[in-house]
Design a protein around this ligand. Structure first.
Ligand SMILES: NC(=O)c1ccc[n+]([C@@H]2O[C@H](COP(=O)([O-])OP(=O)(O)OC[C@H]3O[C@@H](n4cnc5c(N)ncnc54)[C@H](OP(=O)(O)O)[C@@H]3O)[C@@H](O)[C@H]2O)c1
Length: 261
């Protein structure tokens, strides 16, 4: 079901815009001629205001918790009121926690599933009716989607769910000309690690960690080339291949070694 958005403002919606990859997506999309206004979504208002001041295009600050049903309803209401032509949806709100089944609190596991899976699917579903032919959806997943990962178990499982969702969604929206990409990088230098380490220091080094600028630039290019998956770097690409052809017990054993380096 598509909403008539002829002559509407060209809007990019970016979740997780207060830090890391979301913030960098907003910076790079602000230079695009496909974007006239950016809706910046996250919980930390001051961070969003700071970013809005630096961007060269119009912005709308939406201070929302994406795990709250009423905040989601607020976003749906804004869409229905303004009827924008959404040219980009970037879902970058998400987090992970290091630890095992008995060290990560049950509330953290629930919150990870709520944000990484439920909220991503929800926002995609409410935004898609405002997208036209040539629009772009980038769901920020992770290379942890390619294999189960002990000590990042629920996080990796949530990302595997999103990878599967994106692949099938691409088929469903093919006729509408909307290009959907799952962005699956390896480690990226953001606040992700700070949040993940609050429940454990199960990973010692972030091998091959990339700059968010590089990952975002490559993701946007991959999406323009209609790729289903954007790995954005050699490490994640290798893991993608291994995850496809090597039994999971072997990739998990490899991860057990890499984690301790
Ligand atoms: N960094 C990595 O190594 C890496 C690798 C692969 C994939 N990823 C994925 O990339 C995505 C972006 O992460 P990042 O690396 O950029 O981490 P980050 O710097 O910690 O950014 C996470 C963003 O999510 C927002 N967020 C968290 N909880 C939220 C909630 N309940 N409602 C709304 N927004 C919320 C945060 O904003 P507020 O706190 O202001 O709400 C923040 O803007 C995540 O899905 C992550 O899993 C990260």
């Amino acid at each position: 079901m598509a909403v008539d958005t002829q002559k509407a403002t060209k809007v990019a919606i970016v979740t997780g815009a207060s830090s890391g990859m979301g913030r960098e997506f907003a910076r790079q999309l602000a230079k695009s001629d496909e974007v006239e206004e950016i809706w910046l979504i996250a919980r930390r208002r001051e961070r969003l205001e700071e970013l809005a001041r630096e961007l060269p295009c119009a912005t709308k600050i939406m201070c929302e918790d994406l795990t709250s049903a009423s905040d989601m309803d607020h976003i749906a209401a804004e869409l229905s009121k303004q009827k924008p032509n959404v040219t980009y949806l970037v879902s970058a709100a998400g987090f992970g926690k290091f630890g095992t089944w008995d060290t990560i609190p049950v509330q953290d596991n629930d919150a990870m599933i709520d944000l990484n899976c439920k909220a991503m699917v929800h926002i995609t579903t409410i935004v898609l009716p405002y997208m036209r032919r040539g629009s772009h959806v980038l769901e920020i997943v992770s290379c942890s989607a390619f294999t189960p990962l002990p000590h990042l178990n629920v996080y990796a499982a949530s990302k595997a769910f999103m990878q599967s969702y994106v692949r099938a969604l691409r088929w469903e929206v093919r006729g509408r000309g909307v290009c959907v990409t799952a962005v699956c990088p390896g480690w990226v230098k953001t606040e992700f690690m700070q949040t993940a380490e609050k429940t454990g220091h199960d990973v010692r080094h972030y091998l091959g960690a990339q700059k968010p600028q590089t990952v975002v630039r490559r993701s946007l290019l991959a999406n323009k080339c209609h790729f289903a998956i954007a790995t954005c770097g050699i490490g994640a690409f290798v893991l993608r291949i291994l995850g496809k052809f090597i039994p999971h017990c072997i990739t998990m054993a490899g991860w057990a070694g890499v984690r301790r380096l």
